[in-house]
Design a protein around this ligand. Sequence first.
Ligand code: SF4
Length: 153
Amino acid sequence: MSARSRVLVSACLIGRECRYDGHANTDRVLERELSAAGLEPVPFCPEEHGGLGTPRPPAWIERESAAAVLDGRDRVVTEAGADVTREFVHGAQGALDACRAHGIVRAFLKARSPSCGACHTHVANQLVEGRGVTAELLTRHGIQVESVEGRRA
Ligand code: SF4
């Protein structure tokens, strides 16, 4: 299989128990769709890559947006108020590095995550329209990001 047919996939969507609560979001529909399309998933969890362990406290973008986080105008914080911006940005950069290493131009990312959310994410502990930090960075660099609900049989 050529490197062009690889796609980045949120690791929790294909069975890794890397969610903040230690569970997975295994999505059998996505697995079948990727297989049928001849696409090879490259699993990646930005939050684990960034150095946050599993399980870990839930976190969200503090005030504005993932774009503001990447531009240094906002933070990512846990529910206890700890600043995990550096870990989220490092994880996003790792996802971009993985795409470049594998020649990846598409990513299938878990919906609503503060890292992976491609259409909605969490700001100030509210679900809002917008991207997570990893989805925002990948989009800035021309990677096509697609939102996957997760947990479909
Ligand atoms: S949504 Fe993204 S950051 Fe969260 S567990 Fe899944 S792969 Fe990791």
